[in-house]
Design a protein around this ligand. Structure first.
Ligand code: MEV
Length: 436
């Protein structure tokens, strides 16, 4: 059996930036030369920002940090996250550490096949069109691949088609559609540009073959052929919290999972917690988080009802067992990944995982995040943990600067109703006491 590569980073949060970088270098997650990029705060150069979007005025910053102690398929990772919400990194790190002591996360990914669509209307004879399109599969694939030969040279490209007939819908007034799917291996790329180029290139051929009119050619962000799954398990004893026994916590987490399976109102919040972890890594690694969000929620509704993306059950031996599956069409090349200093650093900190491994890390981060939220929710509630960090945000919002932030935040934690007005009062009192 492969030896597990557990590398805990202790008391990381208590160190300053220099100490944190030193700890990363000592534990082998970062080399000294690469760490120098942090001197510029991973800032995006103005000329790059200006060429990335139209009408650019400034760069909009977010904190970039690490969720620690992840063991994914027996390999240790620090997981970079870009996020504005307090508690996300702490929650992911504490769950990862707990699971690392019990084997960490195991993952499985499907082959990374992406889907492009040509939507056809006004088809004279749908059954005939389906037969012709299916007969001409090779020509369609060749036409697509000729439009993007470089992906074919690298071993990828289009390799299959599928045709879906959607009947007219009287209630919505929608006519019938024929939808051609092209299945494309985009290798290390998420592949939006590759797919869209191919889809537009096959439109004339597909129109000719079907006799219909193409409405559009575009990728589908519902990447059902690019799924990632993480599983984890932990003995009930390890789950005890406060006055709650391990068995009680396990059973309450399982109940919470069941509630999120049957109630869409709870499922959305439950999945939002999962996406707290997923989006933060997707964003940090320079990937398209809107695509991942859209696909994840469609996948959550695949049964016809919106449900939880994760499932927590009791194993045969009484362990708590967790599982999360979602579409994760991320990439390790393309887009801003090669030039955005934050994205480059994110890949560096994880040792430049390939796209399948990055999917594994991201889905594990989602499951860790979900576990921490559920464990807190079914025991002491989330506010206690949240308020610790929230007090710092309130102190900053109240105008605290420098060492005032810690002073106001500490005093805020002692009051019953933590809010902005109280933070302002505390700050004012503190400043007055210093001018006396
Ligand atoms: C907060 O950002 C996320 C949670 O609401 C998730 C959940 O309820 O499971 C705590």
């Amino acid at each position: 059996m492969r030896e597990k590569d557990i590398r805990y980073l202790e008391k990381f949060y208590q160190k300053n930036k220099k100490g944190r970088l030193e700890a990363l270098i000592q534990s082998g997650f970062l080399d000294e030369e690469k760490a120098a990029a942090f001197n510029d705060d991973l800032a995006l150069a103005p000329e790059i920002a200006d060429s990335m979007i139209e009408n650019q005025l400034a760069t909009y910053q977010l904190p970039f940090g690490l969720a620690l102690n992840f063991l994914v398929d027996d390999v240790a990772y620090v997981v970079p996250m870009a996020v504005e919400e307090p508690s996300v990194l702490a929650a992911a790190s504490s769950a990862a550490k707990l699971f690392a002591a019990h084997g960490g996360f195991q993952t499985a990914v499907t082959p990374r096949t992406m889907i492009g669509q040509v939507i056809l209307t006004e088809i004279p004879d749908c059954q005939k069109a389906i037969a012709v399109l299916e007969d001409e599969e090779i020509e369609i694939i060749q036409t697509a691949n000729q439009a993007h030969p470089s992906i074919v040279k690298r071993g990828g490209g289009a390799d299959a088609i599928g045709v879906r007939h959607i009947e007219a819908d009287v209630a919505s007034g929608s006519p019938e559609f024929l939808i051609l799917h092209l299945y494309i291996e985009t290798l290390e790329a998420m592949g939006a540009n590759i797919i869209n180029t191919m889809m537009e290139a096959i439109i004339p051929l597909v129109e000719e073959l079907s006799g219909g009119k193409a409405l559009m050619g575009i990728l589908s962000n519902y990447a059902t052929e690019c799924l990632a799954t993480a599983t984890c398990r932990i003995p009930a004893d390890a789950l005890a919290k406060g006055n709650w026994s391990g068995e009680e916590v396990r059973d309450r987490i399982i109940l919470a999972s069941q509630a999120a399976t049957v109630d869409p109102y709870r499922a959305v919040t439950h999945n939002k917690g999962i996406m707290n972890g997923i989006d933060a890594v997707v964003l940090a690694t320079g990937n398209d988080w809107r695509a991942i969000e859209a696909g994840a929620h469609a996948y959550a509704a695949r049964s016809g009802q919106y449900r939880s993306l994760s499932k927590w059950t009791k194993g045969d031996n009484g362990d708590l067992v967790g599982e999360l599956t979602l579409p994760l069409p991320i990439g390790t090349v393309g887009g801003s990944i090669s030039f955005h200093p934050g994205a480059k650093m994110a890949h560096e900190l994880m040792g430049h995982p390939d796209a399948e491994t990055l999917e594994s890390i991201i889905v594990s981060a989602g499951l860790a995040q979900n576990f921490s939220a559920m464990r807190a929710l079914v025991t002491e509630g989330i506010q206690r943990g949240h308020m610790g960090l929230h007090s710092r945000s309130l102190a900053i919002s109240a105008g605290a600067i420098g060492e005032e932030i810690a002073i106001v935040s500490e005093q805020l934690k002692q009051v019953k109703n933590m809010n902005l007005a109280t933070a302002q009062e505390i700050l004012e009192k503190h400043r007055n006491s210093r001018t006396l």
